[in-house]
Design a binder for this molecule. Structure first.
Ligand code: TYD
Length: 210
């Protein structure tokens, strides 16, 4: 959807499993809060009823692609209405660990059209101001998953991750920024925080020009 004229900033982190999205988000959120900025950090799938069913399917056996897509979209509709839009309206910096770009990349990797998935989501979900794609080859991301002591689940099979990564690489959006996820957490944090501050300043400039 076209972004309403809200005062918030929407930042999305995407990338295949194991690239370090949650660690990176913790670092960025901490730095922004330290500057006195209200940050709302959230993730998809959510902890709501649809999200819970999706998480369970990662270990108990995946749903067919169309049913899976439908559940992710239902989960996101609730997330947008209940948390994302109200927080942006209040002027918060909203940071998401996955959003509909994961829908395109992961359900696209199962054979659905990723372009159609993006278009369907853009009808109801606000587009981000900044989309940080943390990029890493699947060999490296799976290694990170093993190092943290986890066993890769059904969403994390190497060939599927390769296909998802290729789709992330095909998405063309002015707000997308690819970042090499082998860089340190601190250096990625600094780039993202600078960009968020720039976006906030630009937004304040627009508000006073009114
Ligand atoms: P993940 O970020 O791994 O959540 P957690 O570690 O908290 O369980 O997300 C679970 C999986 O969901 C992940 O492998 C990617 C997948 N996914 C999709 O397939 N489509 C989507 O639209 C989203 C948001 C996630």
């Amino acid at each position: 959807m076209k972004r309403p004229l809200d005062p918030g900033v929407l930042v999305v982190f995407e990338g295949i499993d194991g690239v370090g999205k949650s660690t990176q988000i913790g670092a960025v959120a901490g730095a922004l809060r330290g500057l006195g900025i209200e940050v709302v950090a959230s993730k998809e799938p959510t902890d709501g009823p649809f999200g819970k069913r999706l998480r369970a399917s990662a270990t108990t056996g995946r749903l067919d692609p169309a049913a899976e897509l439908e559940l992710f979209v239902a989960d996101r509709r609730e997330h947008v209405a209940n948390l994302i839009l109200p927080s942006l309206a209040r002027g918060a910096v909203v940071i998401l660990d996955r959003y509909y770009f994961s829908n395109a990349a992961y359900q696209g990797a199962r054979g659905l059209s990723w372009e159609s998935i993006l278009a369907a989501n853009e009808e109801f979900a606000p587009e981000p101001d900044l989309l940080v794609w943390l990029d890493l080859p699947p060999e490296r991301s799976l290694e990170r998953i093993r190092t943290r002591g986890d066993v890769a689940n059904e969403f994390e099979r190497a060939h599927l991750l390769e296909a998802s990564r290729a789709i992330f690489g095909s998405i063309r959006k002015p707000y997308l920024r690819r970042m090499d996820a082998t860089q340190s957490v601190g250096s990625i944090r600094d780039v993202v925080v600078d960009e968020v501050m720039r976006l906030r300043a630009a937004r304040d400039g627009n508000a006073t020009r009114g």
